[in-house]
Design a protein around this ligand. Structure first.
Ligand SMILES: [Zn+2]
Length: 438
């Protein structure tokens, strides 16, 4: 469904988005030096770690010198809760966000006025890259609040010149009425919530393919290509993947263009590395490793070599859209989410790609991991389509287990549940219930 646009209207910021890579590298080095200087001078943790590593801000002469810098991890933010990683005094900030913090203290991130302007500009650029245009009605169903998704998309959509509907999550039937009545062209939410919206619409007898929706800006959780095709065919839009994390900014760090061939990571504001998660040495381009991000313009919370735990690959080959910024290939999942089932590494998104579209089942699932003795067992709960009779559940379960075994290599116990049995997400989906003892 790739859209082809005339050159003058193809980019939000043509000079930056098509900047030759050599110039992009010069800009990165200049901004990296400023960022490292700022982090060193204003954040004791960064200064102490750099001293311990025997590196000073002036030692950065080329981008390769980045590898001399120490890493930052998520627990650093928790250990220095709430404001210990900030590079400016609290009164210099304009906004705070925080993670939900399922375990222990939340991670708190802060923004200066300038940081918020940069964020809005990058999110506007991302929306434009995804196919949104000024004047579009943009229905924002990302959760508003401390989570960066809602306000991140909101201010980006305003900056783009869109007409924003600040819906937040929940009230799915009302979402559908407003999408239809207001003629929303762009929908922003998690992919799992998009699926919940289209399911309820179908139950209400509303065909969203007949609505004005054309662009889905979906992110904040890993999802499979199979899920993308499922959402596209049922919603009648182009489903665009985007990536971000609050520790380095929020949404707007990387986004697909309409060619849907990897997410352009905005290299004028971020430095991306892909490292071997064990040795922390760079992987050859195109090979999978942990994505590590250094911010290049953040004032309040500069991040040096932040270990995202997301496993991915990147390519610097020129994209058909003409943008020169590297592309991050679909994120399989976080290394934290990876399940090791009897020695096989499995991401929930791999299982999803086998499940979605299989005959007889709906694209809703949950994995339950348990340990029996020393062995891990995976039970997979899937939902039958209403058209399948209860007598047919056993055959469906057998078919699913067979395909997971042959495509991923793990044995699963598949339980087929009645339609509607699996809880629908209104934000980030919970795909795994890990019942193994910690
Ligand atoms: Zn592109």
């Amino acid at each position: 469904m790739a859209a082809v646009l005339d050159a003058p209207t193809r980019y939000f910021d043509a000079d930056v988005e098509t900047m030759p890579r050599e110039r992009l590298a010069e800009l990165q080095l200049q901004r990296l030096r400023e960022t490292v200087r700022r982090a060193h001078d204003h954040v004791p943790l960064h200064r102490q770690r750099m001293q311990a590593a025997g590196v000073a801000p002036d030692d950065l002469r080329t981008l390769a010198d980045l590898q001399r810098l120490p890493f930052t991890v998520k627990t650093d933010l928790r250990d220095h809760y709430p404001f210990g990683m900030f590079a400016c005094p609290l009164e210099g900030l304009t906004r705070l966000h925080a993670s939900s913090g399922t375990t222990g203290k939340p991670t708190v991130v802060g923004y200066t006025k300038g940081d918020l302007e940069t964020w809005a500009a990058l999110m506007a650029r991302s929306l434009y890259c995804a196919g949104a245009r000024p004047g579009d009605v943009i229905h924002n169903a990302y959760g508003y609040g401390l989570f960066t998704g809602g306000l991140g998309a909101h201010y980006g959509a305003e900056r783009l010149g869109g007409v924003v509907v600040p819906m937040s999550g929940g009230s799915t039937e009302r979402q559908i009425a407003l999408i239809t009545d207001f003629k929303a062209r762009v929908l922003c939410c998690t992919p799992s919530y998009a699926l919940a919206i289209v399911e309820v619409a179908e139950q209400m007898g509303v065909d969203l393919r007949q609505s004005a929706l054309r662009v889905g800006m979906f992110g904040a959780e890993p999802w499979s290509q199979a899920m993308r095709l499922e959402i596209e065919s049922r919603m009648g839009l182009q489903a665009i993947d985007n990536y971000g994390l609050s520790e380095v900014m929020g949404p707007g760090v990387a986004v697909e263009c309409t060619h849907q061939d990897g997410m352009h990571g905005w290299e004028d504001h971020f430095l991306f590395e892909v490292l071997d998660p064990e040795t922390l040495k760079p992987m050859p381009e195109g090979e999978a490793g942990e994505l590590v991000i250094t911010t290049l313009s953040k004032q309040a919370l500069p991040m040096l070599r932040y270990r995202t735990r997301d496993i991915t690959r990147v390519t610097t080959q020129r994209c058909a859209c003409g943008r020169t910024h590297l592309r991050i290939l679909r994120v399989a999942g976080r290394s934290d989410d990876m399940l090791i089932i009897r020695g096989v590494n499995v991401y929930p998104s791999q299982i999803e790609s086998v499940l979605v579209g299989r005959p007889g089942i709906a694209p809703h699932y949950q994995l339950v991991v348990q340990r029996h003795g020393s062995l891990d067992e995976v039970a997979l709960e899937v939902e039958a389509l209403p058209s399948v009779s209860v007598d047919g559940y056993a055959a469906v379960a057998h078919d699913v287990a067979h395909h997971i075994k042959s495509m991923i290599g793990i044995s699963t116990t598949v339980q087929v549940l009645a339609p509607g049995s699996i809880a629908r997400s209104q934000g980030k989906a919970v795909r795994v219930r890990d019942l193994r003892p910690k």
